[in-house]
Ligand binder design. Structure first.
Ligand SMILES: [Mn+2]
Length: 303
């Protein structure tokens, strides 16, 4: 192991907790950087420009690499980059057949759980790491969308603390659990959760009021405008409308031409990318978005 570690972790609940696990082990001598999945390359390039990686190991936690990250492969093969992740795509599946064993990919558990378990193998007696167990479990409940889990609502509440406007940034959220892994919340934190809960009710009502169904090429599209709903709010809306035979939900963000797209479980659509030419949507099979540059394609659906 090199002298220095840099941890790029995903900037969501799960990713921030994977970063918290890294930080309780490697402490303040390491660098911990929240980032988006699509920005791994860009973020890494910046780091490499600023410093040599001679004595450094980079950990990517809860972060995936895709075919556009090919220049990273050598760094993975030479153990400069170690990956603990659960975002598996055909590219990583193939790549990882041929990669050093101490990387870990597993699509059945969240990124924080993988990170936590891998670190525990090496740091068996680290009590601070062991104390992360509860928050790691809750991040799994939220990130893996375990909606029937008894603690799902609790996990949603914790996720609500992540808010650039009124709550924590991803780095602040991570450090909050580094400093205190307990799931007991301060007055201020409970107030944030309260505001977010009310916000969710308002969002949901607005999305129901403003939304409409447009049938296009024999498929039903639900289009609605909203402020910036969390995944959970989108999930609640889709649940409300589960019997309406809707194939695609399009959430247009207020005052922008940006949209988020979701495919409900009972949809006729198996992969939203198939609709790129018609609507401009891209992403994973059932979750993605419409970039502003493709918005013009959506106009025919809006009338
Ligand atoms: Mn994750």
């Amino acid at each position: 192991m090199s002298n220095k570690i840099i941890n790029l972790h995903h900037a969501d609940f799960d990713g921030a907790i994977s970063g918290a696990c890294m930080k309780v082990v490697y402490g303040n001598s390491g660098e911990y950087i929240p980032t988006a999945i699509g920005k791994v390359n860009e973020t890494l390039n910046k780091i490499v420009k600023l410093q040599s990686l001679k004595d450094t190991t980079i950990f990517l936690t809860d972060l995936s690499i895709g075919p556009d990250n090919k220049e990273l492969i050598n760094l993975i093969k030479t153990n400069k980059i170690i990956i603990y992740d659960h975002h598996i795509n055909p590219f990583t599946e193939k790549l990882f057949e041929d990669i050093p064993k101490h990387n870990k990919l597993d699509s059945k558990i969240c990124g924080a759980t993988i990170t936590w378990l891998e670190l525990l193998k090496i740091h068996k007696n680290n009590t601070r790491l062991k104390a992360m167990e509860d928050i790691v479990l809750l991040s799994d409940v939220y990130d893996m969308w375990r909606t029937n889990h008894i603690d799902f609502d609790k996990a949603v509440g914790i996720n609500d603390l992540l808010s650039y406007k009124i709550g924590y940034t991803p780095a602040q959220f991570r450090d909050r659990f580094v400093d205190n892994p307990q799931i007991q919340f301060s007055k201020k934190e409970r107030k944030i959760m309260d505001i977010q809960l009310k916000h969710r009710d308002v969002d949901l009502t607005n999305m129901m009021d403003d939304g409409f169904i447009n049938t296009f090429k024999n498929h039903n599209f639900y289009i609605t405008e909203c402020d910036s709903p969390t995944d959970y709010t989108k999930y609640l809306l889709m649940n409300e409308l589960i019997d309406k035979g809707i194939d695609m939900f399009i959430f247009k963000f207020k005052n922008t031409t940006q949209c988020s797209v979701r495919i409900p479980p009972n949809s006729k659509i198996l992969d939203l990318n198939v609709w790129y030419d018609d609507i401009g949507c891209v992403g994973h099979k059932s979750a993605g978005g419409i970039p502003s540059t493709e918005y013009h394609k959506l106009i025919k659906l809006l009338n």
